[in-house]
Design a protein around this ligand. Structure first.
Ligand SMILES: Nc1nc2c(ncn2[C@@H]2O[C@H](COP(=O)(O)OP(=O)(O)O)[C@@H](O)[C@H]2O)c(=O)[nH]1
Ligand SMILES: [Mg+2]
Length: 340
């Protein structure tokens, strides 16, 4: 990490950490490169930034026309309330779960490496959706080199294991190690579960470290005679990930996935209305806890956010139609009328 950086660079760093859209990330990377002090001590970081700009530019460009094909894009544009990636060893049932949870047509097969590319699908929970991205397996022998790029926009990870596989004990540490080599760290803490244990990366931590809240999905419970298995497993692994026991085959436990994500990610639903009309109760906008009226306005339209004056609000913590400023924090179930 470069020392004696300018406030401008610090600002660029913060913007990069918050950017989710691949295109925003690319803009932020360019800003980082522009603002980083150019001297010997930062050569390393400069090179790293340049590599990431090159990779992301290629990903966004998609397949090359003529000549050498760079292949399809591996970065899935985030949609819905949050993006979650499915990770796990071969044959754990990631694609089966994806199909069951999202109705996608991800390939399922009784042999390893059936899934070659990211497959996106939407998991419905109440009146919102989570985006689930099915990915190829990770094992001690192999991980697709592009897989860490695919993880960049993710808000969390569903780490899928096969309860009936006697080797499932070895798979998890192998996966964690593989990812750590690429500066991706799976975390047990989720903002909504154990708030006091969440440690956001400090300023001094490396810019390109990625921390992903992770839930263990213990799959194939239908094949496993022992319901205590998961606890035993966790103890043996010394794992602290929250865990859900499910079966993609019978559907057991699958209802809990959406509910878990909603609480763990602290999703807040906000409904919008136009003056003089009833609220639009069909499709809420979603932010995370701490989100403000301004954040919701941004989701509605950038120009509305830019020119936002105030909002009228209906909900738990306000009296009906109360006038609030753009910085007012929203709560789940609020209705707002944007005035701009
Ligand atoms: N009995 C049982 N089999 C499952 C379950 N989930 C997946 N499978 C089977 O496990 C194999 C691998 O599944 P797949 O979804 O392709 O695994 P992936 O490699 O992790 O994507 C397939 O033969 C699935 O039918 C489950 O919950 N119970
Ligand atoms: Mg698969």
């Amino acid at each position: 990490m470069p020392t004696n950086v300018t406030p401008e660079y610090k600002k660029a760093e913060q913007a990069y950490r918050q950017a989710r859209e691949p295109r925003d990330r690319l803009d932020c990377l360019k800003e980082l490169l522009r603002t980083i002090p150019k001297h010997k001590g930062t050569e390393h970081v400069q090179a790293d930034i340049k590599t990431r700009i090159k990779q992301l530019t290629e990903e966004l460009a998609g397949p090359k026309k003529g000549g050498r094909r760079s292949g399809p894009s591996h970065v899935v544009r985030p949609e819905g309330a949050a993006q979650l990636c499915l990770l796990g060893p071969p044959n754990a049932g990631k694609s089966s779960l994806h199909v069951r949870l999202t109705g996608s047509r991800s390939d399922v097969g009784p042999y390893p490496f059936t899934t070659h590319l990211p497959v996106a699908g939407m998991l419905a929970h109440d009146d919102i959706h989570f985006q689930l991205v099915d990915l190829p397996p990770v094992s001690s022998e192999f991980m697709e080199p592009w897989l860490v790029n695919a993880l960049q926009p993710a808000d969390g990870v569903l780490l899928v294991i096969d309860l009936a596989d006697p080797d499932c004990l070895e798979h998890v540490p192998a996966i964690l190690e593989r990812l750590a080599e690429k500066k991706v760290f799976l975390r047990a803490s989720w903002p909504g579960l154990n708030p006091d244990r969440v440690q956001e990366p400090a300023d001094t931590e490396e810019l390109f470290y990625q921390y992903l809240p992770t839930v263990l999905i213990a799959n194939k419970s239908d094949l496993d005679p022992d319901p205590e298995e998961v606890e035993v497993l966790e103890e043996l692994l010394g794992l602290r990930f929250p865990a859900l026991t499910v079966s993609a085959e019978t559907g057991q436990g699958l209802d809990e996935v959406g509910a878990f994500l909603f609480d763990a990610l602290e999703i807040i639903r906000v409904y919008t209305k136009t003056p003089g009309k009833p609220p639009d109760t069909d499709k809420p906008f979603t932010v995370r806890r701490g989100g403000t009226v301004y954040d919701v306005a941004r989701l509605v339209h950038r120009d509305i956010a830019r020119t936002l004056k105030f909002a009228r609000m209906w909900g738990r913590d306000v009296f009906d139609g109360q006038q609030v400023g753009p910085d007012h924090a929203v709560s789940d179930g609020d209705t707002i009328e944007l005035h701009f």
